[in-house]
Design a protein around this ligand. Sequence first.
Ligand SMILES: NC(=O)c1ccc[n+]([C@@H]2O[C@H](COP(=O)([O-])OP(=O)(O)OC[C@H]3O[C@@H](n4cnc5c(N)ncnc54)[C@H](OP(=O)(O)O)[C@@H]3O)[C@@H](O)[C@H]2O)c1
Length: 223
Amino acid sequence: MRKILITGATRGIGKAICAELAADTHILVGGRNAEAVANLVAQLPCASPFVADLLSEDEVTKACAEISELDGLVLNAGIGFAKTVADTTRAEWTEMLLTNVVAQADLTRQLLPALRATRGQVVAINSGAGFNAGPGWAAYSASKFAFRAFTDSLREEERGKIRVSSVHPGRVDTDMQIALQESFGRAYNPADHLRPESVAKAVRAVLDATPEACLETVSVRPA
Ligand SMILES: NC(=O)c1ccc[n+]([C@@H]2O[C@H](COP(=O)([O-])OP(=O)(O)OC[C@H]3O[C@@H](n4cnc5c(N)ncnc54)[C@H](OP(=O)(O)O)[C@@H]3O)[C@@H](O)[C@H]2O)c1
């Protein structure tokens, strides 16, 4: 059975990806809250915990140490907030870029040998904000533009060894989107958003691509 690590697996899009893949995949459930990870592992037919705060190099190194073969790495964990440049502090810029870019790159670096061992796949959950920036989105879009640069470079560096895909959802009905809409003072209507399950289906399509093919960039927009 293929083995796939999903980061940020205990909520939102990551949890939906776990449910989508559960029937035919050994899922490494990634999360920083050990109890939440254990609860989800217990609910899945074939799963193991991967507990690490991705901002901690030590925790990531420890969690990766046992993994010698990995078929897929879904880089889903991330943070998002909307603030103008005038209002975004140095600490907020740092947290955004460390979480959405640096932590992703370092986790991938540590797992590259295990991914190469199976000719595996990296699937980055990016965003429409990885293509377009606008008022209030400087820090989030900068992190997702950088994340796209990371996946574009990695894809070419590892071509023929691993496959690298970037999935770009529009607005999805998760805690992150609820908090974002609240910060704009807007009423929240789940029906205005993609369902996390729909993004999970796109991730499955990427992971199920035939071995000689790579779905390099996938935009998932509301119909
Ligand atoms: N929602 C949208 O509209 C939307 C649209 C496009 C793209 N995306 C992207 O999709 C991905 C998932 O978003 P979501 O909407 O599902 O967000 P979410 O509901 O806020 O969940 C984010 C997940 O990331 C985890 N996480 C954050 N920082 C972490 C860290 N330092 N170490 C380990 N885990 C960490 C969280 O863990 P905890 O539970 O421990 O906090 C949580 O499981 C993100 O990369 C986001 O940018 C979202």
